[in-house]
Design a protein around this ligand. Structure first.
Ligand SMILES: CC(C)(COP(=O)(O)OP(=O)(O)OC[C@H]1O[C@@H](n2cnc3c(N)ncnc32)[C@H](O)[C@@H]1OP(=O)(O)O)[C@@H](O)C(=O)NCCC(=O)NCCS
Length: 170
């Protein structure tokens, strides 16, 4: 998979991406905004395992965000099951040195379109931690609507916090 965008390329991972992914992912400012299953510190072996799992998942749902050919972030979909089977959750992170250039917005918009075009999905959603105004802005710019504030829904870094739920439907 490869989607060429003005500021980045969203593409399948390759094993050669592991060192770059590990370098950019090893950042507390990223970890504080994602699930606890995202390691910190983030080692080369963590990147290698993540890329191996991404390659082994069918259909493919985890993609690299590449700038100048280097994988500097990731964007992924989680296809839901059972009664939620037409929903997908989107998650993403970008290396801090690339923040503020519109890259995540572009990648999230593109992968949301990819979800609608490639899977039987009619809803894509994300939950941002209450302090993550940048991610809320990304979702708004990518066409998502703020649907709810899920009070005390997540516990991160010792704090129990609200999740702000955004979704787009087609
Ligand atoms: C969230 C993240 C992906 C944004 O990436 P990015 O490429 O910098 O995003 P963009 O440049 O496309 O857009 C960021 C927007 O947030 C705004 N923003 C940034 N920090 C902000 C803050 N503290 N308060 C309010 N808005 C903020 C920017 O001004 C920009 O909006 P604008 O275009 O209207 O000016 C990146 O910061 C990141 O990887 N964070 C850690 C992981 C994460 O939060 N993942 C999402 C979990 S839900």
């Amino acid at each position: 998979m490869e989607i060429v965008l003005p500021r980045c390329v969203v593409r399948s991972f390759s094993p050669a991406d592991a060192p770059s992914i590990a370098r950019h992912a090893n950042n507390r400012a990223i970890w504080i905004n994602v699930r606890d299953q995202f390691p910190f510190p983030y080692a080369l072996k963590d990147a290698e395992r993540f890329i191996r799992d991404a390659a082994g998942t069918e259909p493919q749902t985890d993609f690299a965000i590449a700038v100048d050919r280097a994988a500097v972030g990731a964007v992924g979909l989680r296809l839901k099951k059972d009664i939620w089977r037409r929903s997908a959750e989107i998650g993403y992170w970008l290396g801090q040195e690339f923040w503020g250039r519109g890259i995540a917005t572009e990648a999230v918009r593109a992968v949301t379109g990819y979800a609608f075009n490639h899977y039987d999905v009619c809803r894509v959603y994300a939950g941002a931690y209450e302090w993550n105004l940048a991610s809320m802005r990304v979702l708004e710019k990518a066409g998502y609507t703020r649907e709810a504030r899920l009070r005390k829904a997540a516990t991160k870094d010792g704090r129990t916090i609200d999740l702000v739920l955004y979704a787009v439907v087609r």
